[in-house]
Each structure stands twice: as C-alpha cells, then as structure tokens.
Design a protein around this ligand. Structure first.
Ligand code: IPE
Ligand code: IPE
Ligand code: MG
Length: 256
C-alpha cells in the first residue's frame, strides 16, 4: 500500500532539479478557520501552523530552494484582538527559541523583513539573537515578514529616496529599478519566482507588491495548519509546467 510518505517522495522525484525556484514566498493563511472548524480558539490554529512552517522549510531545503519567505504578521494584523496578537508574539518567541538548534544543524539562516521596531521588546531581542546566531549559515535563508506590508515598505522607500535627493546624494534622473529595490526591506533577496497562498483566498493582502511583478502565483484551499511537504512539491511541479514569458512571446523564451 502506498503511504503518504511514498506519495510525497513520488512528487519530489518528479521535480526537475535544474528548474527549482530560487525563492519561494508563502502567505500562510487559514489558521483561524482551521481552529474554528474543530471548535477551538483561533490561537490553537496558529500553534498548529508551526508544524507546517517546519514542513515547508524542510521541503524547500530538500529540493534546493535558497530562500523561503513567510508572511507571518502583517501591518494590518495589529488590528486583531489584543489576546490574539499577544498569543502570536508569544508563539513567535517560543518557536524561534525552540527551533534554533535545528536551524543551525541544517544550515538555515534566519532573517526578517518589516517594521520589527514595532514588535514587543522581548520578541525583538529573541529575533536579533537568533539572527546573529544563524548569520553564518548558508544553505537556505528563511525570512519572516513581521509587521510587514508592501505599502509600508514602499512609503519608506519613497521617503528615503526623497531625503537622498534633497540632500543632493541622489540624482532623480538616475533613479532606476535597482535604486528602488535597494531601498526596500528585501534588499539582498532575489525576487520570488513562486508565491503560494493557502486557505482558498485569492489575494495578495499587501505582501511583496514590488517583488512579485513577475512571480507565478499558486493558490490552494488547504488551510495552513494542514500544509505539508507534498503541497509544496505540488506547487513547484505546477510552477515547472508554466511558461514564464516576461512580456516576450513563446518562441522567444523556448528556443528551437
Ligand atoms: C494566518 O491565519 C495567520 C496570520 C494572519 C497571523 P489567519 O489567522 O488569518 O486565519 P484565518 O484566515 O482567519 O482563517
Ligand atoms: C495575510 O493574511 C497576512 C498573513 C498571512 C500574515 P490575512 O488573513 O491577514 O489577510 P486577509 O485579511 O484575509 O486579506
Ligand atoms: Mg486570514
């Protein structure tokens, strides 16, 4: 009988190692609904989402993805009830502390994007320590988007550029794509080739607007706490079946 591990392995074997995305971004959604469906508090869904983070990270590592970026808490999520926000911050700290050894054992570098200055102090300190402790790891970079929104990031970029122009250190005529990209919180990260969103919602919810200009989008009804390695492999296989034209025509992107 074929077990679910066999099925996961079979999916993985079908992936073309030459065309694995370098960077996968995930909007981890559906924790609240997952919990409510079993009569539990929303926070139980967040706690159960930690396993899915582990699964996504291991799956990425196994197929050679270099960057995994996870939307963990948006600027707009601060509007949620205080008890839920507090529970999420607490879960973040406990997870980072609990996983640190495993991250180091597997060459995982931890990174964050977003307005981390707005996080509670204890949370910020834990993150800073974990970032420093994993800084030399180079197998895969996991980036947590925390208190992040793309509009926050774009406004910040516009302010920086305006200040530099005013100070005379930047010529407005010389502004290019690279000038903008260098002033976003994702500086140093390649643009994601693939963006996954769970829970059936088909929207971007203020995530990486600049960076996903040509990203392939993959939506699944699976709720985040049910997300497993097999789902990530399915998304990569779907991605590998697409033709990325970047505005050109088919003949130009597939020689011969
Ligand atoms: C995603 O799950 C986690 C965060 C946004 C922090 P949700 O909490 O949004 O779950 P749903 O969408 O309400 O089910
Ligand atoms: C997006 O999910 C933010 C994260 C996954 C962290 P939301 O649940 O906050 O998005 P909306 O409200 O459904 O657009
Ligand atoms: Mg949601």
């Amino acid at each position: 009988m074929q077990t679910s591990e066999d099925k996961t392995e079979a999916l993985k074997q079908r992936i073309d190692p030459e065309r694995v995305p370098r960077h996968i971004a995930i909007i981890m959604d559906g924790n609240g609904r997952w919990a409510e469906r079993q009569g539990e508090h929303r926070v139980v869904g967040h706690a159960n989402g930690v396993r899915s983070v582990r699964e996504a990270l291991v799956a990425c590592r196994e197929i050679g993805v270099g960057y995994l970026t996870l939307y963990a808490f948006s600027t707009e999520n601060w509007k949620r009830p205080k008890a839920e926000v507090d529970a999420l911050m607490d879960l973040l700290v406990r997870t980072v502390v609990g996983e640190l050894e495993e991250l180091n054992a597997n060459g995982v570098r931890l990174h964050t994007i977003g307005d981390t200055a707005s996080l509670p102090e204890g949370c910020r300190n834990t993150l800073m320590e974990a970032i420093a402790a994993t800084a030399k790891n180079d197998r895969i970079t996991i980036t947590l988007a925390l208190s992040y929104s793309a509009r926050w990031e774009l406004v910040h970029m516009a302010r920086t550029i305006a200040q530099e122009a005013k100070a005379g250190t930047l010529d407005p005529e010389g502004i290019t794509d690279a000038t903008v990209a260098a002033r976003l919180s994702t500086v140093g990260l390649p643009d994601p080739e693939l963006l996954i969103r769970t829970s059936g919602e088909q929207r971007v919810s203020n995530f990486l607007l600049w960076q996903i200009a040509y990203t392939e989008l993959w939506f699944t009804p699976v709720l985040w706490p049910d997300f497993r390695k097999a789902h990530l492999y399915e998304a990569v296989l779907d991605y590998q079946n697409r033709e990325r034209r970047f505005g050109s025509i088919s003949e130009q992107v597939t020689p011969g």
